[in-house]
Design a protein around this ligand. Structure first.
Ligand code: GTP
Length: 347
């Protein structure tokens, strides 16, 4: 994602590899190319990372990167929320979002019943308490026979809305959020790492680890964005994997396919965090560009603290993903994408 890597000194292997034929690359005219993933960036928003053209790469510093972010955030709306008991122990509240820039189902995986979505709890014309419970706009816990969404008789929890039907956050909750910022992870979809047991990347491990930490603290949020393959889509990521087997690294493979190293946008994540009133956060990441991107141009969300995501295999000899592929992937992230990680010498 970072533009800070130097493409003028590509390693030998990369120099010997031609840019992939337009027939295989993401050429709009090519009948054989996989469908282009929907670009969720705002129309003025630049790709955060390198251009796909090796020669014309522009290197941005942090304030330039922030300045280039869009002024306006997408509009998001939480459509439904439900409690999910998990096999890992803690219960989560899964929030499904719609938005005005794409038609994908982005999610917020929320640990803690008291993290509330403004758009979900907003009163809708003519809706009944039963409608509200069905959408998930209830406090406390549902139980057979419950009739009121806005108040849970068993726990004594209650919400209030203003005259326009907008949720009012209790003052103590706002003060608590400032004193004790919420743990947040922004996760981008990775079918291979989450579902197909891939040992090429650490995405699945990071997802599990974020959930474990949030379960332990009893509060947190994983924003799950549908931007597979750093935004290039699964089909293109599979081609990138083949190029990696042919010797390219994860950045080079994207460039060979005429994609930027990182095509993602995080403005939907910013909008979702604001909707959940999570505006002071402790962000689990090694990626400095993600911090800038999530905070957005006007810093409506503030990353108060960065919590590193150290691969488990680097923490304990016999745990985590043990594979040469993941080692190479992490090395590239450090060397070419500016990730804030240092492999311990004794592991
Ligand atoms: N194009 C491409 N995408 C990959 C590859 N490996 C993983 N991904 C995608 O990378 C994304 C996950 O990146 P993140 O876990 O957010 O990593 P990050 O932004 O680099 O930084 P962290 O927050 O430190 O993890 C997912 O969309 C994956 O599908 C690869 O080799 N090529």
């Amino acid at each position: 994602m970072s533009a800070a890597h130097d493409v003028s000194n590509e390693n030998d292997m990369f120099d010997r590899m031609p840019i992939i034929s337009p027939v295989l690359s993401a050429n709009e005219n090519s009948a054989q190319s996989t469908p282009k993933p929907i670009d969720i960036r705002h129309e003025d928003e630049p790709e955060l990372s390198t251009s796909s053209d090796k020669q014309s790469e522009i290197i941005y510093n942090d304030s330039e990167k922030r300045r280039l972010l869009p002024d306006e955030l997408p509009v998001v709306e939480c459509i439904a929320r439900a409690r999910i008991p998990t096999t890992q122990g803690p219960e989560i509240f899964l929030h499904l979002y719609s938005n005005n820039v794409d038609n994908k189902e982005h999610l917020a995986i929320v640990f803690g019943e008291d993290i509330r979505s403004k758009s979900l709890f907003r009163r809708r014309p003519n809706e009944t308490q039963s409608d509200r419970m069905t959408r998930g706009a209830y406090v406390g816990k549902l139980y057979p026979g419950r009739t009121v969404a806005d108040k849970d008789e068993r726990s004594g929890k209650e919400i209030t809305c203003d005259a326009n039907g907008e949720l009012i956050y209790p003052k103590e909750e706002i003060e608590q959020e400032i004193k004790d910022p919420t743990l947040v992870r922004i996760h981008s979809e990775c079918y291979t790492g989450e579902t197909a047991w891939s040992a090429r990347c650490d995405c699945g491990e990071q997802f599990d680890e974020a959930g474990r930490l949030m379960g332990k603290f009893g509060k947190g949020c994983i924003v799950y964005l549908r931007q597979e393959g750093r935004g290039i889509g699964l089909g293109e990521k599979l081609k990138a994997y083949n190029l990696q087997d042919l010797g390219a690294d994860t950045v080079q493979a994207n460039l060979l396919l005429r994609h930027p190293a990182d095509k993602r946008s995080f403005s939907l994540a910013t909008a979702i965090l604001i909707d959940l009133n999570l505006v002071n956060v402790r962000l689990l990441t090694n990626n400095p560009d993600k911090i800038i991107a999530v905070e957005g141009k006007n810093r409506l969300v503030k990353v108060i603290e960065r919590i590193p995501m150290v691969p488990l295999a680097w923490q304990h000899k016999d745990s985590g993903i043990q594979s040469t592929e993941v080692d190479g992937y992490l090395r590239t992230k450090i060397e070419r994408m500016g990730h804030l990680l240092q492999k311990p010498i004794n592991i």
